[in-house]
Every structure is written in C-alpha cells, then in structure tokens.
Design a protein around this ligand. Structure first.
Ligand code: NAP
Length: 277
C-alpha cells in the first residue's frame, strides 16, 4: 500500500485499516477475510471485542500469507497488573491461533487505577520475549504518554484515539507526529448519522461523486490520521479503502476540520476520567 505511516521504532502501517468491533462468529470471519482480499492489511481487534478467534479464522480462510496482515489486539483495563497483562497476551495468542501478534495496545489508561505503566512494562517484556512485535496504546493523553516515556524511556508506537470531524484532535495529531507516534482514529465515521448530512462533508462528496463516508475518510488521510472504519459489507469496505486516493482541496479539509467542537465526542468518554475494564 502506497501511503504509509512509520513509527519511531519502524512500524509501517497503511493509510487505512479495518475496524472489527461487532464482527464476530462465522459472518464476522467472512467479512474480515473479504476485507483482507480487497486489500486491507491492518486489522483492529481487542480482547474485549471477544472476536480475536474470528480474526484468526479470517486469516486462515482468506488464503493469504500471514505476512499480508498486521494483526492488532488490546489489553483490557481489568488486566493491567503485570502478571495479568502477560497472561492476557498469551490468551490473546491462543484465541488468535498465532505464535505472536503484530501490534498490542493498552485499551484505556484508566488513570485512577494507576497501573498503566506496569501494563506497558509487561507489554515491552512480552515484546522482548517475541510474543508481540510492536507496543502501543489507545486513549492516552499527552500526560499519560509522558509518564510512560519517563518510566520506560519509550513512547508507544501507536495511540488509537477517538477522532472524527466533530472531534478532530488537531493538537494530539501534531503532538504524536513530533514523537514518532502513529495516530489511529477510532469511530472515524462517528458511526454515521448527522455527520453525513453536514454540507462541509456532502459538498466535496458530490464534487468527487463519492459517499459522505468516503469524503470523511479522505479528510482523515489529509490530516495525517489513520482511520480504521468498520464495515460488514464488501462494497462499503472497498469504497472506504479507496478513499485514500481521493484528494480534497485545502479549503474542503479546513471546512471539515471546522466541524470540530469541544463536546464532539460520541459518548463523552474523556480519558482523563473515563474508565473501561
Ligand atoms: N480503542 C478504542 O477505545 C476503540 C473504541 C471504539 C472503536 N474502536 C475500533 O474502531 C473501529 C471503528 O469504529 P466504530 O466501529 O465504532 O465506528 P465507525 O467505523 O466510525 O462506523 C461504523 C459504522 O459505519 C457504517 N459504515 C461503514 N462504512 C460506511 C460507508 N462507506 N457508508 C455508510 N456507512 C458506513 C458501518 O455499517 P456497516 O457495517 O453496515 O457497513 C457501521 O455501522 C471499531 O470497529 C474498533 O475496531 C476502538
């Protein structure tokens, strides 16, 4: 894939990945394997999605070589203690049916719990032991990233955060870029809805003859965000993937960014206080 992101430790990721939340069971495995055959290399998953087995099955039925996929999973908040984190990584690998996973992320910092440094150290150890190739986080604020750097000398290679036109995270993008941390965007389409009615989105979509979703994904690529849209349909998966080749004008990008608002998060999940286990 042409447009790639590169982390401070050399992790290379494509411009767009595939979200898998709610893709489960036999139908989920078929949907993910279809996505892989359409060209998706980066697959998102999480222990808490209860679909690591589905992702493993998708790899097998896709017929593609293992090295065509960059498999991601995530450590739940309830398993941030060192020993629990290690066992959870091992359990993820059993579920995936793989000897190692390409990218493993801490799902939420849960700062009140005070365990995310311990969890990060456990993931670095698992990397050293060959169970994980690259270590990242989700939903970390700069203060959490600096705490990791101070404690371990290392930033995570990826920070997967809520990012879409209503919450464009312009400062986080710049902050990550300066430190070689790749910004992945979760709920990059904000799960559809009102966003697809905004004229800042529909105008470029009409000009290019594409759907509002594709215009939103083109905006992500333009601002340096790596979106991981989820779709169960091969048609929408393909359209989403091809959005990386669409070119918005600077004015169109600026107009979409201007949709941002302080309360633009989907569910008010501020990582400074929100906790997920
Ligand atoms: N780290 C975290 O804390 C965190 C949190 C939330 C999500 N995530 C990850 O991020 C991924 C993406 O986020 P998300 O699933 O919440 O939301 P999303 O990708 O923004 O939106 C998914 C929704 O949009 C629809 N859709 C997809 N492509 C479309 C298109 N071209 N036109 C119209 N509708 C379209 C899908 O329906 P169809 O399936 O019917 O196409 C689905 O209902 C998740 O799957 C998960 O892997 C991570």
């Amino acid at each position: 894939m042409a447009k790639t992101h590169v982390s401070h430790r050399g992790l290379q990721l494509p411009a767009i990945g595939l979200g898998t939340y709610k893709l489960k069971g036999a139908d989920g495995a078929v949907a993910i394997s279809e996505g892989m055959n359409l060209g998706y290399a980066l697959l998102d998953s999480a222990y808490n999605y209860e679909n690591e087995g589905t992702v493993g099955e998708a790899l097998r039925i896709s017929g593609l070589p293992r090295n065509r996929a960059i498999v991601t999973s995530k450590l739940p908040g309830r398993y941030q203690r060192r020993e629990d984190a290690r066992i959870t990584v091992e359990e993820s690998l059993y579920r995936l049916g793989l000897p190692s996973v390409d990218l493993y992320l801490i799902h939420w910092p849960n700062p009140a719990q005070g365990l995310y440094v311990e969890a990060f150290e456990a993931l670095l150890q698992a990397r050293q032991d060959g169970l994980i190739s690259h270590v990242g986080v989700c939903n970390f604020l700069p203060e959490h990233l600096e705490t990791l750097k101070e404690a371990t000398g290392e930033y995570p290679e990826v920070n997967q955060i809520e990012l879409h036109p209503y919450f464009p995270q312009t400062e986080a993008l710049a902050y990550h870029r300066e430190r070689g941390i790749i910004t992945q965007a979760w709920s990059p389409l904000r799960r559809g809805g009102d966003l697809f009615e905004e004229s800042a989105v529909t105008a470029p979509a009409e000009r290019l003859g594409v759907s509002p979703a594709e215009a939103v994904l083109a905006w992500h690529v333009a601002v340096g965000s790596l979106p991981i849209p989820k779709s169960s349909s091969p048609q929408r998966q393909l359209a989403n993937l091809r959005a990386q080749d669409l070119v918005l004008t600077d004015a169109e990008v600026a107009a979409i960014t201007a949709l941002g608002r302080a309360d633009g998060r989907m569910k008010n999940q501020d990582p400074a206080v929100y906790e997920e286990f």
